[in-house]
Design a binder for this molecule. Structure first.
Ligand code: MN
Length: 198
């Protein structure tokens, strides 16, 4: 069996309400993500990749192993980027500068990011990523894909699989995406941006 474990959430199950309900979080973390971890650990047995990191597996494998590892990596970044009471509502410092330079303004960035999440057909993820020079990119990734597969460092992501919002928002994916901004922990995103350029 592989050695991956279900991440501990850095907040209580009801901390993100009303944007993400306790009930959604219990299913999303405790059932969906837990299943990806169990699946991957089973699939890794005898694969020759038992010692690889999640990023290595996502970049170098295929099929079920890649899909389950991708979903674990994606969800760890997703759940790790929120908090119930963020200390600030938008980034500051070098990340704020890079967003203004690339997208014109923070509001223009949010609009573009949200639109790409709302228009992604089927299941997947919208991402803000950085390259080593600090350049920023918004990409749509289907199913379990992650920007590390394109050589980018993922910074921020919104999960647009229906399991992420259906209990709380049903078909109203755009409303769910618009609400997520209020729980983004920009200090965590700034840390990721700093590491991308190291
Ligand atoms: Mn999900």
């Amino acid at each position: 069996m592989g050695n991956f474990t279900l991440m501990a959430l850095p907040y209580e199950m009801d901390a993100l309400e009303p944007v993400i309900s306790k009930r959604t979080l219990e299913f999303h973390h405790g059932k969906h993500l837990a299943a990806y971890v169990n699946n991957l650990n089973g699939l890794l047995e005898g694969s020759g990749m038992e010692e690889a990191s999640l990023e290595e597996i996502v970049c170098k494998s295929s099929g079920g192993i890649q899909n389950n590892a991708g979903q674990i990596l994606n969800h760890e970044l997703y759940f790790g980027q929120f908090c119930g009471k963020p200390s600030k509502s938008e980034p500051t410092g070098s990340l704020a500068d890079a967003i203004a330079k690339t997208f014109g303004s923070f509001d223009a960035f949010k609009e573009d990011f949200q639109k790409k999440g709302a228009t992604l057909f089927g299941s997947g993820w919208v991402w803000l990523s950085a390259d080593r020079a600090g350049g920023l990119f918004i990409t749509q990734e289907t199913n379990a894909a992650n920007p590390v597969q394109k050589g980018l460092t993922p910074l921020l992501t919104f999960d647009v699989w229906e399991h992420a919002y259906y209990l709380d928002y049903q078909n109203r994916r755009p409303d769910h995406l618009a609400a997520l901004w209020s729980i983004v922990n920009w200090e965590e995103i700034e840390l990721r941006f700093g590491k991308a350029r190291m």
